[in-house]
Write a protein that binds this ligand. Structure first.
Ligand code: FE2
Length: 229
C-alpha cells in the first residue's frame, strides 16, 4: 500500500559540554555572584520563588565590567549553537520532507546570531523554582550550567521540557508521544542546552545546599550573506 507521511513537530534539543569549564568556573562564578540580590526578579514573578533573576542585560554588564570569563561563556554559547545547529540540520537528523533546502550551501559564517537577551538565575535552595514557561519573541534559547554541583533527582533543580502536545490520553498506540511527555534532564557543570524558545520548560524546586547558577540567553537567528538580525 502506498502512502505519504509527515513527521510533524519534531523538536530538537541540542546538548553539549563546555570542555573549558574547569579553567573558567572559579572566576565566572565569582563574577556571576556580583549580580545577586536576594529574591529579585523583574519579569513573571508569579512563576518563580526563592531565586534571583537578573535583568536581561547580563552580558552588557559583563562587557562594562570586563568580566572576561562571562564573556567567554557568551562566545562559547554562540559558537556552539552555530556549529551544532548547522551540523544537526546538514546531517539530516531533522525529519523534514523538503530536505535541507537553502542550508546545503550555508557555512558557519553565514549564520548570524543575536543574543538579544541574557540573564542569570541564582538559587540558594529553599525550594527555589521556576514554573512552566517559554520565551516569547525569540527564535532559540540556550542555558549554560555554571554551578549545578548539588542538583540531583532527590534535591531538585532539574530541567524539564514539556511535549508540545496536550496529552489527554495515552495508550500503546500513542507510545511514540507518551514516552517524553516530560523530558527531564539533570544538568552537569559546564552543560549547554539549546532549544526552540517556544518549547515550554521549567526548573524543579531546588533544595540543594550549594548555590545553583544558570545563565540563559534568548537569540534571534538570521541565515544568509546579510547580517540583519
Ligand atoms: Fe526559561
Amino acid at each position: 500500500m502506498q502512502y505519504d507521511y509527515f513527521n510533524l513537530w519534531t523538536t530538537p534539543l541540542l546538548v553539549a559540554m563546555d570542555e573549558d569549564y574547569d579553567s573558567l568556573k572559579d572566576k565566572a562564578i565569582e563574577q556571576a555572584l556580583t549580580y545577586y540580590k536576594p529574591n529579585y526578579t523583574h519579569v513573571a514573578g508569579i512563576l518563580k520563588d526563592n531565586l534571583y533573576e537578573s535583568e536581561f542585560n547580563f552580558f552588557d554588564i559583563a562587557r562594562e565590567k570586563e568580566f572576561k570569563e562571562l564573556l567567554y561563556i557568551e562566545d562559547r554559547l554562540k559558537a556552539s549553537f552555530i556549529n551544532m545547529f548547522l551540523d544537526y540540520f546538514k546531517s539530516n537528523h531533522y525529519p523534514w520532507p523538503g530536505g535541507m533546502g537553502d542550508l546545503e550551501n550555508v557555512n558557519e559564517d553565514n549564520i548570524h546570531v543575536d543574543f538579544h537577551e541574557g540573564w542569570v538565575h541564582i538559587s540558594e535552595g529553599r525550594g527555589s523554582y521556576h514554573g512552566t514557561h517559554n520565551h516569547p519573541n525569540s527564535s532559540w534559547s540556550a542555558i549554560y550550567c555554571l554551578e549545578v554541583s548539588d542538583v540531583a533527582k532527590e534535591k531538585g533543580g532539574l530541567l524539564q521540557f514539556n511535549c508540545p502536545y496536550n496529552n489527554m490520553y495515552s495508550d500503546a498506540g500513542l507510545f511514540f508521544q507518551s514516552e517524553y511527555s516530560i523530558f527531564e534532564l539533570c544538568p552537569k557543570n559546564g552543560g549547554m542546552f539549546f532549544f526552540p524558545s517556544n518549547v515550554k520548560h521549567m526548573a524543579t524546586p531546588y533544595h540543594g545546599d550549594r548555590t545553583r547558577i544558570i545563565i540563559s540567553v534568548n537569540m534571534k537567528v538570521n541565515i544568509g550573506d546579510n547580517n540583519n538580525v
